[in-house]
Design a binder for this molecule. Structure first.
Ligand SMILES: Nc1ncnc2c1ncn2[C@@H]1O[C@H](COP(=O)(O)OP(=O)(O)OP(=O)(O)O)[C@@H](O)[C@H]1O
Ligand SMILES: O=C(O)C1=C[C@@H](O)[C@@H](O)[C@H](O)C1
Ligand SMILES: [Mg+2]
Length: 173
């Protein structure tokens, strides 16, 4: 069965969707963003949370992740997708890149109301990230920070790592 070239995980607004798009273009490989799949199939994420609740969103998200992981593609996950135990299990066998971002750098990126879990702003982001970091770190084969530096340069660094055979380097602090 085909499997992803690389899967991006990380905090909300760490740059998963934007970086994945660039990496896919550089490698000429299709890109799948699981948030976009959920929106295409079920409508805006904020509406799903408001009308049906987070559990329904997570079920839609898990289905999108399960399908995405069966393609040779660059896959970007939603920030909370790794909370699902089956997704954690599935991610043990594919190259996983963790994108990180500092609290200072992310502050200006999270004003968009499309992220329902961040309606309380930076304090909510900090709590989410602190709770999830052990899972992100456990799954990561390599980590890239997006706080500074432009998106194209970061994408090129990630492509170099992929081209070198995705050696496991874990989490850099
Ligand atoms: N290195 C960077 N420099 C400047 N802006 C950045 C950088 N990385 C990401 N951004 C900006 O941060 C915002 C969030 O990026 P993106 O949507 O890719 O995050 P995400 O990790 O996919 O978030 P989510 O988990 O909510 O899907 C975008 O507006 C993007 O342009
Ligand atoms: O961090 C999260 O739990 C989320 C992040 C976004 O990518 C979306 O998947 C949704 O807003 C939930
Ligand atoms: Mg995204």
């Amino acid at each position: 069965m085909p499997s992803p070239v690389v899967v991006f995980i990380g905090a909300p607004a760490s740059g998963k969707s934007k970086i994945a798009k660039r990496v896919a273009a550089l490698l000429q490989v299709p890109r799948i963003d699981t948030d976009k799949v959920v929106v295409a199939e079920h409508g805006p994420i904020a509406d799903i949370f408001d009308n049906s609740g987070e559990a329904t969103f997570r079920a839609y998200e898990r289905a999108a992740v399960k399908d995405a992981l069966q393609h040779r593609a660059i896959v970007s996950l939603g920030g909370g997708a790794v909370l699902d135990p089956d997704t954690q299990k599935d991610l043990t066998t594919v190259p996983v890149v963790l994108l990180t971002v500092s609290e200072e750098a992310v502050a200006s990126r999270i004003s968009d109301p499309k992220r329902p879990l961040l309606r309380d702003g930076i304090e909510a982001w900090k709590k989410l990230v602190a709770a999830r970091m052990p899972i992100y770190s456990e799954l990561a084969w390599n980590t890239f920070d997006t706080s500074a530096g432009d998106l194209d340069a970061i994408a090129e660094d990630i492509v170099s790592w992929i081209s070198s055979g995705t050696p496991r380097q874990g989490v850099s602090s």
